[in-house]
Ligand binder design. Structure first.
Ligand code: ADP
Ligand code: MG
Length: 292
């Protein structure tokens, strides 16, 4: 039988805005030592705005934005939403259709638009970047902005940068985790420079930033820490986080996150407020203390 205190704990969690999959989850919550925080959509709002479009020499910004926006229109990724919205606005309301759409979690999207094979995503999707684009990419990242490469018919032809906003309570959330004796780590598929800029804003040191990882490398990171004897929590919102959320000793999905993330998690934070991570751990500790 489940001790009444555990049921009270899960009920108290619901009042705080923490949905707990089952009373047994409180035990792993109490034992957490390392907290891996996904960047985009977890530490940041994930509500991105397009900041700049850089066409490669010989290309037009309008083509880069329109073709990228059309390819991204079928994706739920925050970058995709920003690019598609900006492209639609620039095109006066509608985008050309995309066929053969495919997305690679943590990498980007591809599709056929206006007869061209369009790819939008990480630079590693392209064999090479024109020097002008490589320079623009470095400048955008140094400014803390996420930039994706746009190409078609086998060549990189432009760059689109998007600006995200750190959640207003993220720094407080990190401080609260430290006060509980926990070790917060930022884990992201985004570039090192962007990740370090966000980390600095929320009080995470550069050595606690793990960047440019693919979704399966997020899982491998969880496994590695577990292999070192750490009890690991993962906090995420995206399809790209689902496998790591499932592998972690405790998976926490941000409210408003994708269904895949919520289904893979033990706890769901109703309000997309990262301070709830520390609240959940405090609650689990208090609940189990009353039992012992
Ligand atoms: P995070 O770990 O910060 O949530 P993701 O794993 O979702 O980030 O994405 C990592 C990187 O992959 C992004 O910074 C971007 O460069 C690229 N990427 C992923 N999805 C898309 C997309 N739909 N369009 C363009 N780029 C994408
Ligand atoms: Mg994310």
């Amino acid at each position: 039988a489940t001790p009444t205190a555990l049921l009270v704990g899960t009920g108290r969690g619901a009042q705080l805005g923490i949905l707990i999959r089952g009373p047994e989850v409180l035990e792993s919550t109490r034992r957490v030592q390392t907290v891996l925080l996904d960047k985009t959509g977890t530490v940041t709002t994930g509500r991105m705005r397009t900041a700049a479009v850089h066409p490669a020499p010989g290309e037009s910004a309008a083509d880069v934005l329109r073709l990228a926006g059309a390819a991204e229109d079928a994706s739920e990724h925050p970058i995709a939403r920003a690019v598609a919205d900006a492209a639609r606005a620039a095109a006066g309301g509608s985008l050309p259709p995309v066929t053969d759409f495919a997305s690679d979690a943590g990498l980007g999207v591809r599709g056929t638009v206006e007869g061209r094979a369009v790819v939008v995503g990480r630079a590693r999707l392209f064999a090479e970047l024109p020097a002008e684009l490589a320079d623009a990419l470095a400048r955008e990242r140094d400014a803390g902005r996420t930039a994706v490469v746009v190409g078609w018919d086998g060549a990189a032809r432009g760059l689109i940068s998007v600006a995200d906003t750190v959640r207003p309570t993220a720094a407080e959330a990190v401080a609260a985790l430290r006060r509980l004796g926990l070790h917060p780590v930022l884990l992201t598929g985004d570039a090192h420079a962007v990740a370090r800029a966000v980390a600095a804003e929320v009080g995470i040191a550069p050595e606690d930033v793990i960047a440019e990882v693919l979704p399966e490398e997020k899982v491998a990171t969880v496994r590695r820490l577990q292999g070192e004897g750490r009890v690991v929590a993962m906090v995420g919102d995206g399809v790209n986080d689902a496998a790591a959320l499932a592998q972690a000793d405790l998976g926490l999905a941000m409210g408003g996150g994708t269904d895949a993330a919520i289904e893979a998690s033990d706890l769901t934070l109703v309000n997309a407020d990262p301070r709830l991570v520390a609240d959940a751990i405090r609650l689990a500790r208090a609940t189990l203390r009353t039992i012992r």
